[in-house]
Design a protein around this ligand. Structure first.
Ligand code: GAR
Length: 200
């Protein structure tokens, strides 16, 4: 399955997908796409000689309206948002219906929505005094964090002393769950049953 991975930051989930392919060999990362001109994830793209693209209206960037054309040209079949903080244009969402997934560092539908990304999420979870957090992988629709949930993993945070500690525990779970789910899609083992998403 030919995929594009969208990133805004350090790219550790991109790295986890790439690492998993030593075992799975089901996915080809055809592009790393960011809303930033430069971000640490581009260094990973560089290391693996993966084409990298910046979105925006600055010089050298791909305009958001050029994104559908770029995805077609690269024959992208599936999109993974791995720490990508912008909304995906509606045209792309329609074209890739049920073929765009996002990873969120908490248990949706709690602690999601606009502005809830990265440490903002973990701080909100810490302040709530919740005893579990975790990772959610869901389909992407037109709004933040509202698409159907594909997979989740819980993390016990009953003894944590800081939001950073939550982030560390959740990230470990992210690096296991995201490659697992991407591989399940590549194998055709994610299906809708009675309007629920099942991973076989
Ligand atoms: C990850 O923790 C991911 O769950 C989160 O951004 C981080 C990116 O890390 N995504 C969101 O908060 C989306 N709402 P990475 O660049 O090291 O993969």
């Amino acid at each position: 399955m030919k995929i594009a991975v969208f990133v805004s930051g350090r790219g550790s989930n991109l790295q986890a997908i790439l690492d998993s392919q030593k075992e799975y060999k089901t996915v080809e990362v055809k592009a790393v796409i960011s809303d930033k001109i430069s971000c640490p994830a581009f260094q990973i793209a560089d290391k693996y000689s993966l084409p990298a693209f910046s979105l925006g209206d600055k010089e050298g960037c791909t305009g958001y309206n050029e994104l559908p054309g770029l995805l077609s040209k690269l024959e992208i079949e599936f999109i993974v948002l791995a720490g990508f903080l912008k909304l995906i244009p509606n045209e792309v969402i329609k074209r890739y219906s049920k073929k765009i997934i996002n990873i969120h560092p908490a248990l949706l539908p709690s602690f999601g929505g606009k502005g809830m990304y990265g440490m903002n999420v973990h701080k909100a979870v810490f302040e709530s005094s919740a005893k579990v957090s975790g990772v959610t992988i869901h389909f992407v629709d037109e709004t933040y964090d509202t698409g159907k949930i594909i997979a989740q993993r819980c993390v016990d945070i009953s003894d944590v002393k800081s939001a950073e500690e939550i982030a560390e525990r959740v990230l470990k779970a992210e690096h296991e769950l995201l490659p697992y789910v991407v591989n399940k899609f590549a194998e055709g083992n994610v299906k809708f049953v009675d309007n629920r998403v099942m991973v076989f």
